[in-house]
Design a protein. Sequence first.
Length: 303
Amino acid sequence: MLDRFTGMQVFARVVAQGSFSGAARSLGLSQTMVTKHIAALESRLGISLFHRSTRRLSLTEPGRLLFIRCQKILTDLEEMEQEVSAENQEPRGLLRLNAPVSFAIRHVGPILPEFNRRHPLVTVELGLDDRRIDPITEGWDLTLRIGRMPSSALRSRRLAQVDFVVCAAPSYLEEYGTPRSVAELTNHRCLGYTLGDEISSARWSFGANGERTVPVSGPMHANNGDILREAAVAGQGIIYQPTFIVSDELKSGRLVPLPLDVAVMTGPELHAVYAPTPHVPLKIRAMIDFLVERYGPVPPWTI
């Protein structure tokens, strides 16, 4: 009979990796053995854990509920081992961290080597994704998210403020002129972010609460801020982006802020989001404390 605890570990890793083969590689098992563990778990419980197809693996509703419970059991076991073993009183293990694409490239990836030097027993798996992540069902230990936190069972900690800026390259302003009011933006080449709401490819909102809205258009739109930044640097148009995407270019003069008559929107906050547990694992606490230190009290993207 296969070990139940190992079966839970295998199941949780299949969910985290998104495939049987990925779980097998990360656990050092054969794919056949991973399949046997999942089959034994399904047989013992009398349920199907996954919807299987040639394209993707997704949890059934009973599988999702079991995954939530398995995560708690595995986390409790890890915490127990840390508490009772003197040599384990430091962060260790795999930490799965998810963050928005542009933010992660500029402000997460570059500081991870320092985190690793401080905590050599922690292995960080960094995932980049702009959509809203559910850390419980998708197997992430910690997610970084920008914006208001919806009411949920998840826990979060504020890390930093995120500000916006409207800017353009000197070459663009020389050719098309410098807008002095938000109304003038309607007649300019504005490069829009397709995933935004208040700041989108069709309209930009201004004022502390976005009370002033103007229609905008331009020769290019994208769902990635880095692409828009590079287009703006090349003189293609005006962008309305978080300062963490354009701070280096503003400091170097490759982009310049525009002197508009209405202030930009009050920026959202950056949060670290994680599953609620009675005791947060040491590896998660270590990463959150590290990010608080690196991003505050004045964020490095402040201009």
